[in-house]
Write a protein of this length. Structure first.
Lengths: 292, 434
C-alpha cells in the first residue's frame, strides 16, 4: 500500500480530479468576479475598465453597509444560538426518555429545502391569516405586528426560521461529539460525587471544545454569506430592511443589471468573510490538544 | 497489490470519464444541417402553469412547420424567472435563440445596446403595418427602431367584489372622494378594503402611477419625468405620493401589505377577504373562464376605472403596457426564416390569444365578431376608447433606476419617507443616469 501511495503519479491521479473541479468551479470564478468588479458592465454588452471605482462606490454605499450590518447581526445571533443547541444536545445525550425520537424531530427542518421552509414561515407570519398572529389575537393582543412588513422587526422575524433551520444540524454534530466521550470519564466523575450539571459543564463541554470551535466558524461564515430564506421571504425588503450582503449582491447583479458592481460586492463579501474567519481562528486557537 | 492498483486505475478512469462527459455534450443541436433548417425558439409559458398558452403556441408552430417545408422549430420552454436568468446567460455567450421573448423598453435596452436583437422594422412594414394597438410597438422601440413584436397588452383596472359592495350598498366610485367613503364604510364593517402585495413593489407602483396620472391631468408628466423631459419634483408627482400616504393612513390596504407577495394579495381578493384589487388584465381568466376558480366568485367580480382625483384626470387614461414580445436574434444563422416565423407567430397569436388563451393581444381585435365573456368585451371596448396608456414605470426605467423606484415605493407606502424625499430620490437617480 505504501508503495502505491508514495508513487507521485498516483498521488497526482488521486488529487487531480478534485483539484480540477475546485479550480474550475471555485477558484477561477472567484478571480473572475474580482476582475469583473473592476468593470462597468451590465452583464450583456461591452465591458469598460473603470479601475477600483466599483469598490470605492461600494465602500461609500450606505445600502452596502446596512446589508453588512444585517449579515453581522445574523452571525451574532447564530453564534449565540449555538449555546442553545449545545444545551439541547447535552440533554439529549444524557439518556433521557425519547431522546432518539426527539433527535429525529430536531433534524426535520434540515431535511426540508430552504424554499419550502420559507413558504412555510411566510404562512406562519401572514399578518391576517397567519398562525402566529391568529394565536396572538386569540390571546387578546389587538394589533399584532405585521412581521415581514415592519422594517424594525422584519430582520429578526427572518432570523427565527434561519436559527430553527440549522438547529438539527448543530445538535447532531454536538450529539455525536458527546457520544464520543468515553463512559469511564463520566463514571469516574460520578464516583467522585460530581453533580450532573458539573459533569456537563466541567467535563463534557471542555472535552468537545474543539468541535464547538469548528461550529462557531461554520455558523458565522454561513451567516455572513446567507441568502436563501431572505431572498424568498422578503427579497431584502421592505426598502432594504432585511437586505444582507449576498442578497444585495444578487439584486445588483441580476435585477439592476449592474454586473460589475455586483461582482465587486461579491468580492468584498469574500474578503470580509476571510478576515472574519482568520480572526475567529486566532481567537479560538488551540492551546492544548485533548486526548482521551 | 495488483488488485489495489487496478481499483485505483479504475476509479481514476471513472472520474475522468464523468468529468469529460460534463465538459462535452454542449455541441449537439446546432442550427441547420443539410436541407432542413431549424429555428431555435424559447418561450416562457410552460405547460404546468400556462396550459392554454402552451397549447396554442404548439399549434401555431405545427401549422408553421406544415406550411414551410424543411423548417423545423426547435423549442425550449422555461418558466418566467428561469427564462430571465437563462436569456441573460445565453446572451453573454452569444448563444441567444433565433426567436425568443423579451420585455419592453428598459428591460431590452442592454440587449439592444449590446447588438443582440435584430431590428424588426422590416417585418412591421411588410406584414404587420397598422395591426398593433397604438403605443405597443413603440414600447419595443429604441431610437425609433423596433426590436420586438408585442404579443400582449395589459391595462390595469380596479377589480372589486360585487357581493361585498352590495352587502354595504356601495357603488363603483368615480372620484377618489367616493373611494375614500367606500374604504371608510368597509373598515367600519371590518372588511379589508383593498388587497395589495407590495413585497412585489410593482403593484404599489401601479397605485402611485395612477394617482400621478390623475393629478397630472392631460399631460403624461410621469413619463416625461422618466425620459428627462420633465422633473420628478413636479407638483403632480409629489401630490400623488402624498395621496398614497393618505390612502395608507386611512387603512385602505390590507394589514402588512409591505410583507405580502402579489400572489398572497390575489388569494385574499379571490378568497373574498378583501373587496378591491388593482391588477392588470392578465388576470382576466381568473375572473371569467378559469374553471379552477369557483363560479360563484367569478360571477361576483366586476371592475371599474381608476377614479379621478379632485376633479382632475381622465378616467380613460390607463396604466398598463405590453407584456412580452418576440425578438429575433441579430446573430442568428437563419435570420430571415426566423423573422418570417416571428411575423407568422404574431399574426396567428393575435387571432387566437383572446378566444383560446384569454389574454388581450397587442394586435387589434374586433371584439364584436368574437364570442367572449362579457368582461373581455368591456375591456376591449375600453381599450378602443383609451386616450392614453402609460407604460409601467419600472419597465420604462433602466433596470437600476427601476430598482430604486421599487424600493422607494415600499418606503413611501411604509411611511419611512415623505413625499418630497420620494420625489427627490427619484429625481437624483434619474438625473445621475443621464
Amino acid at each position: 500500500m505504501n508503495k502505491v501511495m508514495s508513487n507521485k503519479w498516483i498521488i497526482f491521479l488521486y488529487t487531480f480530479p478534485a483539484l480540477l473541479l475546485i479550480a474550475v468551479l471555485i477558484v477561477i470564478p472567484l478571480i473572475l468576479s474580482g476582475y469583473f468588479g473592476l468593470m462597468d458592465w451590465d452583464g450583456i454588452g461591452t465591458m469598460e475598465f473603470i479601475g477600483l471605482d466599483n469598490y470605492i462606490t461600494a465602500l461609500q454605499d450606505s445600502k452596502f453597509w446596512d446589508s453588512t450590518l444585517h449579515s453581522f447581526l445574523l452571525a451574532l445571533f447564530s453564534a449565540c444560538s449555538l449555546i442553545g443547541y449545545l444545551a439541547v444536545a447535552l440533554i439529549l445525550a444524557s439518556k433521557i426518555k425519547g431522546a432518539s425520537l426527539l433527535r429525529k424531530i430536531y433534524l426535520i427542518p434540515m431535511l426540508l429545502s430552504s424554499v419550502a421552509i420559507a413558504q412555510l414561515w411566510i404562512k406562519v407570519y401572514n399578518p391576517s391569516n397567519g398562525m402566529l398572529n391568529s394565536i396572538l389575537v386569540g390571546l387578546g393582543i389587538e394589533n399584532p405586528p405585521a412581521w415581514l412588513a415592519d422594517p424594525s422587526i422584519v430582520l429578526y422575524a427572518i432570523f427565527v426560521p434561519i436559527i430553527w433551520q440549522y438547529a438539527g444540524f448543530y445538535i447532531l454534530i454536538y450529539y455525536a461529539a458527546l457520544k464520543n466521550i468515553p463512559e469511564s470519564l463520566i463514571e469516574a466523575a460520578k464516583i467522585d460525587g460530581a453533580t450532573p450539571l458539573q459533569i456537563a459543564l466541567e467535563i463534557k463541554v471542555p472535552l468537545i471544545m474543539n468541535v464547538f470551535k469548528v461550529t462557531i466558524v461554520l455558523s458565522i461564515v454561513g451567516s455572513l454569506k446567507y441568502f436563501d430564506l431572505i431572498y424568498v421571504m422578503t427579497g431584502g425588503g421592505p426598502n432594504g430592511a432585511s437586505e444582507v450582503m449576498a442578497s444585495y449582491m444578487y439584486k445588483l447583479a441580476f435585477s439592476s443589471y449592474n454586473f460589475g458592481y455586483g461582482s465587486a460586492i461579491g468580492f468584498l463579501l469574500l474578503i470580509i468573510t476571510l478576515i472574519v474567519t482568520v480572526i475567529i481562528r486566532k481567537i479560538t486557537a488551540n492551546k492544548d490538544e485533548i486526548q482521551y | 497489490m495488483k488488485m489495489k492498483k487496478a481499483i485505483t486505475m479504475l476509479a481514476f478512469l471513472v472520474v475522468s470519464i464523468l468529468l469529460l462527459a460534463a465538459c462535452g455534450g454542449e455541441d449537439a443541436g446546432g442550427t441547420g444541417s443539410g436541407n432542413t433548417k431549424s429555428i431555435k425558439f424559447m418561450h416562457l409559458w410552460p405547460e404546468g402553469s400556462s396550459a392554454q398558452h402552451y397549447k396554442v403556441v404548439n399549434e401555431i408552430i405545427a401549422d408553421f412547420e406544415a406550411e414551410n417545408d424543411g423548417i423545423t422549430i426547435d423549442l425550449e420552454v422555461l418558466s418566467n424567472e428561469q427564462y430571465k436568468d437563462k436569456i441573460k446567460v445565453l446572451s453573454t455567450s452569444n448563444e441567444l435563440p433565433d426567436v425568443g421573448m423579451t420585455w419592453a423598453a428598459g428591460y431590452m435596452e442592454p440587449y439592444v445596446n449590446g447588438n443582440m436583437f435584430a431590428s424588426v422594422d422590416d417585418i412591421i412594414e411588410s406584414d404587420l403595418s397598422d395591426s398593433f394597438v397604438p403605443g405597443t410597438a413603440e414600447a419595443f422601440s429604441i431610437d425609433e427602431t423596433a426590436y420586438g413584436l408585442p404579443l400582449e397588452l395589459n391595462i390595469s383596472t380596479i377589480f372589486y367584489n360585487k357581493a361585498i359592495f352590495d352587502e354595504y350598498s356601495l357603488e363603483e366610485p368615480q372620484t377618489m372622494d367616493e373611494l375614500y367613503e367606500i374604504i371608510d364604510t368597509l373598515n367600519k364593517n371590518g372588511v379589508n378594503p383593498i388587497a395589495l402585495g407590495n413585497r412585489d413593489a410593482w403593484t404599489g407602483s401601479m397605485w402611485y402611477m395612477y394617482l400621478a396620472d390623475r393629478f397630472a391631468g392631460e399631460e403624461d408628466i410621469l413619463t416625461q419625468a422618466i425620459n428627462r423631459e420633465g422633473s420628478f419634483e413636479d407638483p403632480a408627482l409629489v401630490q400623488a405620493a402624498e395621496e398614497i400616504q393618505s390612502l395608507v393612513d386611512s387603512d385602505a390596504f390590507v394589514q402588512g401589505f409591505n410583507g405580502l407577495a402579489d400572489e398572497e394579495a390575489k388569494s385574499m381578493f379571490m378568497g373574498e377577504q378583501a373587496a378591491m384589487y388593482l391588477i392588470a388584465t392578465w388576470d382576466l381568466p381568473n375572473f371569467t373562464t378559469n374553471e379552477d376558480v369557483p363560479q360563484e366568485f367569478r360571477d361576483s367580480v366586476g371592475y371599474f376605472k381608476f377614479p379621478t382625483v379632485a376633479g382632475s384626470g381622465d378616467p380613460n387614461s390607463y396604466v398598463g403596457g405590453p407584456g412580452v414580445g418576440l425578438f429575433v436574434s441579430e446573430n442568428s444563422d437563419v435570420k430571415e426564416d426566423a423573422k418570417e416565423f416571428a411575423s407568422y407567430f404574431v399574426q396567428q397569436w393575435g387571432e387566437r390569444a383572446v378566444t383560446e388563451v384569454g389574454i388581450i393581444p397587442a394586435t387589434k381585435v374586433d371584439a364584436d365578431s368574437l364570442e367572449l365573456p362579457e368582461m373581455y368585451v368591456d375591456v376591449l371596448n375600453d381599450l378602443n376608447e383609451a386616450t392614453n396608456i402609460t407604460l409601467y414605470a419600472d419597465v420604462q426605467m433602466s433596470a437600476s433606476a427601476a430598482q430604486v423606484h421599487l424600493d422607494m415605493i415600499q418606503a413611501l407606502f411604509g411611511g419611512e419617507i415623505t413625499a418630497e424625499e420620494f420625489a427627490k430620490t427619484h429625481e437624483d437617480t434619474l438625473s445621475a443616469e443621464d
